[in-house]
Ligand binder design. Sequence first.
Ligand code: CA
Length: 421
Amino acid sequence: MQFANNPTLRSWLTVPENSDFPIQNIPFGIFRTKELSPRVATRIGDTVVDLQSLAEARFFADLEAPVEAFAQAVLNPFMALGKPVTNAVRNRIAEIFSGTPDSGKQKLIHKALYALQEVELLMPVNVGDYTDFYSSREHATNIGTMFRGAENALMPNWLHLPVGYHGRASSIVVSGTPVHRPKGQTMPAGAEKPVYGPSKLLDFELEMAFVVGKSSELGTPVSTAQAEEHIFGLCLFNDWSARDIQKWEYVPLGPFLGKSFASSISPWIVTLEALDPFRISGPEQDPEVLPYLKYEGNRRYDINLEVQIQVEGQEAKTISRSNYKYMYWNLFQQLAHHTVNGCNINTGDMCASGTISGTTLDSYGSMLEISGGGKRSLTMPDGSERKFLKDGDTVIMKGFGEKDGVRIGFGEVSGKVLPAK
Ligand code: CA
């Protein structure tokens, strides 16, 4: 077990009850203040820790983690140091902030601490390439049933490979960034020709994404067993979707402008190692998968997920509770499949899970499913109805795992819908 994962560790920093960020988490992100340039940080409770400052004070000097890796506006150079180094840094941080603070170093440590509300959290990763999978069987079944009927819900390939598409990296934004309703071309029901205008069917997709730490060589596949070395960590991911644009454009090459206008991520990348306690087995895969997709051990994660919609001026309303365990294809299989043709991956690449839906209406991961394709409405706290998102709505997603009294979470990813430009 990693030192930082020990459930008995306690930080001398205040960690509020039910915080997603106890000493066992130690996620990585990027922040700045009015005075400080962007730099690598971690978070314990509601305290943001300036890791550049700790690196300059030589707290990581024996770990092959140079100061330059922390004095950056993105995590890429830090992640590229590789797991032996980044895990050593995570464990060192856990040492510094647990037990009794070293009195000789108190001043240097305190200089690195900021209250969460004093800082601005920035997009943590320079995402070179972004891929979106479609790996929740419950979601794929819901969508397939809607479009093709229950008999043909899953396409013939679905149980044999993790279906995915290459998405757009440039429009991935950090939590808090507003999203303008996209405009585009749609074919309204009964119309004879397409029209152009603001999307009328704006939706979210509840997903998680993994971030690549270690690159791979072009021509060399990464196996399910090797994938762990390459995956740095995870974040929450909202794959905003314009259903009317998507429906008209997606045949035969898949999602395009109905997706590429924005995707939102949570600001802290939680390491794969911090999520170790939440690994679970299964699901059974039948038919048997090809050898390159086989894996050993517990490779799914039990992480509670939640979606809220906040109507302007109202309390946020929880509209769905799902779980990352509703993945038929796990992230290690996704990466093995992604690279099996020799396609290389680079530090900072992001792969989203696909919408994560559970088995019941209150655990679906998109409005498309919750509303049954626009047949049902949700009633919001102000009495207004929702089949899809309206301007002014803020979508908030949260996620955490909990075991042995330790809760490790992601905080949240939120984004407000603004009118079309
Ligand atoms: Ca998606």
